[in-house]
Design a protein around this ligand. Structure first.
Ligand code: SAM
Length: 261
């Protein structure tokens, strides 16, 4: 296990390849209202738009953009995630590369999207890369499914994860959320003028789907030796709290969107 903070961050960024099938089967998607917000804030329909979806993973966000009629090219650094992407979306191109050095020509995209992946980039490099690849008047959209911290069982579970692993994902406490999704943190270069939206949604899933979902988070993947004990205890706890074996995961999608300056 890596212990220094930047080593741990890099290990977490790469961790998803070991769990690509689990990720594809259990991670939540994003609500239609998020895609509506993209269209509203960019002032154009996704249909026909040239979209680059970066850190596309297994293609969860790509599939939604594609279904709205966008011409999507995906970019994904991880071999395992890209392999799973090709299984899920064989008709959509996926390039190996990352947000710090996009494998694309300049001014080729109307919209660049990062669904839960911007925080793995170095914004000092990924901001200029996005601006290079966007056409004038194009837009960069970043979003994250974040836990709803007014739902008691979700707060309590987050605290247990935090205590067990001694670390937490950015913004997993209410008072830190504003800072974690602060536009100045997303773009320390100050070149982008972000607007923010929050979209609440939820899904009801079996406890085991929920556990496989949280088990595909990077903090669980880099602690693969210790994660099973936590997940087994969590299973008992959730089945006691929700005897019908179903939980309602509640999410706030935090969206940041900026047009090219
Ligand atoms: C939490 S997953 C999100 C996947 C997908 N966008 C989704 O919504 O499910 C994060 C993804 O970012 C990728 N990633 C890691 N480092 C990256 C970087 N520097 N630039 C772009 N993507 C990166 C990982 O390989 C992983 O597939």
């Amino acid at each position: 296990m890596t212990t220094n903070p930047s080593g741990l961050h890099a290990a977490r960024a790469r961790s998803f390849d070991s769990a690509a099938a689990q990720y594809a089967a259990n991670r939540p998607s994003y609500p239609p209202a998020l895609l509506d917000a993209l269209e509203e804030l960019t002032g154009r329909p996704l249909a026909g738009a040239r979209v680059v979806d970066v850190g596309a993973g297994t293609g969860i966000a790509t599939a939604l953009l594609h279904a709205r009629g966008a011409h999507v090219v995906a970019v994904e650094p991880g071999e395992g995630m890209a392999l799973q992407f090709r299984r899920t979306l064989p008709g959509v191109p996926v390039l190996r590369g990352d947000g710090n050095a996009l494998p694309l020509a300049g001014a080729c995209a109307d919209l660049i999207t990062y669904a839960q992946s911007w925080h793995w980039t170095d914004p000092v490099r990924s901001v200029p890369e996005a601006l290079r690849v966007l056409r004038p008047g194009g837009a960069l959209a970043l979003w994250w499914n974040t836990h709803a911290f007014d739902v008691p069982w979700i707060v309590e579970q987050s605290r247990r994860v935090e205590r067990y692993f001694g670390v937490r994902a950015a913004g997993e406490r209410p008072r830190e959320r504003r800072a974690a999704f602060d536009p100045r943190r997303a773009d320390p270069t100050g070149r982008l003028d972000f607007v923010r939206r929050r979209v609440r949604w939820s899904r009801r899933v079996p406890v085991d789907t929920h556990l496989a979902n949280i088990g595909s988070h990077s903090i669980f993947l880099v602690h693969a030796d210790r994660a099973p004990v936590f997940l087994a205890e969590e299973r008992e706890r959730l089945l006691a709290a929700f005897p019908d074996g179903t939980v309602e995961e509640v999410y706030d999608v935090e969206l940041l969107l900026a047009r090219t300056p």
